[in-house]
Ligand binder design. Structure first.
Ligand code: CP
Length: 310
């Protein structure tokens, strides 16, 4: 059992066979997580560095837990408190860490392309934990795992991604992954937050109610409040009025719809608080599945031949 890729930089170009193998492996690992002692020796002797240059709650803790559940040795790097503050370059930093004999690097960075750059600096397997506005592949994989568990298959599922598509690595990875797996994907948001040429990748709607009527699933993105200062949307109140997912809008559609959000949520802006916690929401299932997906990615990229269910 082996992936066709040796690093996980994104889901663009990753074949359906690899995605299926990751999701199937994650499903097996999820069973381990519900055992009284949720730990297996699968990655004993493997050293993983969590190389985080940007804040994270879910992804960082989820990767660290996944590594510990597999008995890997883990080291956490953060920019604060490191020699980056003294001017050390990214290349020197990673090459020095690699000289201490590591096997895998999980990287989050505000600049798109950093995971690819790291593959050119060190021999370790590189896993992208979110790079700028480019990709966030493990987020899309955990989103797909959650949908596959709920609907049985991704084929033909209608998924709408709502919000700031232009600046979203979550949207980037989800569009590639879901389309590869046979889902129908649309994006919806204000014109100023949809990239030029998006129609060549998937259908675009500027009307949230029409999108809700079409979709089985809404994956709602965090509005990056800092974008308001650059004039990309007029006010938070106006954004909520046009693109906020509310109970009233969902009730108008007269059907069950699955609500997803990668977090962190701006409650009352892109998503009403009671909907985030409602029976429609799978937001915390996404977080739980994140640990299993990250275990699967670490295991499959490690080259380990240990069995999953030991
Ligand atoms: N979904 C996600 O990437 O969340 P964090 O930024 O908290 O890791």
């Amino acid at each position: 059992m082996a992936l066709s890729i040796s690093h996980l930089l994104g889901l663009r170009g990753v074949p359906a066979s690899d995605i299926t193998m990751i999701l199937d492996t994650a499903t097996s690992f999820k069973e381990i997580l519900s055992r009284p002692i949720p730990k297996v020796p699968t990655l004993r002797g493997t050293t993983v560095v969590n190389f985080f240059y940007e804040p994270s709650t879910r992804t960082r803790i989820s990767f660290e837990l996944a590594e510990k559940r597999l008995s890997a040795d883990t080291v956490n790097f953060s920019k604060t408190g490191s020699s980056v503050k003294k001017g050390e370059t990214l290349r020197d930093t990673i090459r020095n860490i690699a000289a201490m004999k590591i096997d895998m690097v999980v990287v989050r960075h505000s600049a798109a392309g950093v995971p690819l750059f790291l593959t050119q600096c060190v021999d370790a397997a590189i896993i992208n934990a979110g790079d700028g506005i480019n990709e966030h592949p493990t987020q899309a994989l955990l989103d797909m795992m959650t949908l596959r568990a709920k609907f049985g298959s991704l084929k033909g599922l209608k998924v709408a991604i709502v919000g700031d598509i232009s600046h979203s690595r979550v949207a980037g990875s989800n569009i590639h992954g879901l389309q590869t797996m046979g889902a129908e994907v649309r994006v919806c948001g204000p014109k100023t937050l949809i990239p030029r040429g998006q129609e060549e990748i998937c259908p675009v709607s500027y009307n949230l109610q029409e999108t809700i009527e079409w979709a089985d699933v809404l994956n709602i993105l965090r509005i990056q409040l800092e974008r308001q200062e650059s004039g990309l949307f007029p006010s938070i109140r106006e954004y909520h009025a046009e693109f906020g997912v509310t109970r009233r809008r969902l009730q108008q559609a007269k059907k069950d719809i699955t609500i997803m959000h990668p977090g962190p949520i701006n409650r009352g802006i892109e998503l009403d608080s009671d909907i985030a916690d409602s029976e429609f929401s799978v937001i915390l299932d996404q977080v739980t599945n994140g640990v299993a997906v990250r275990m699967a990615v670490l295991y499959l990229l490690s080259g380990s031949d240990a069995k999953v269910d030991q």
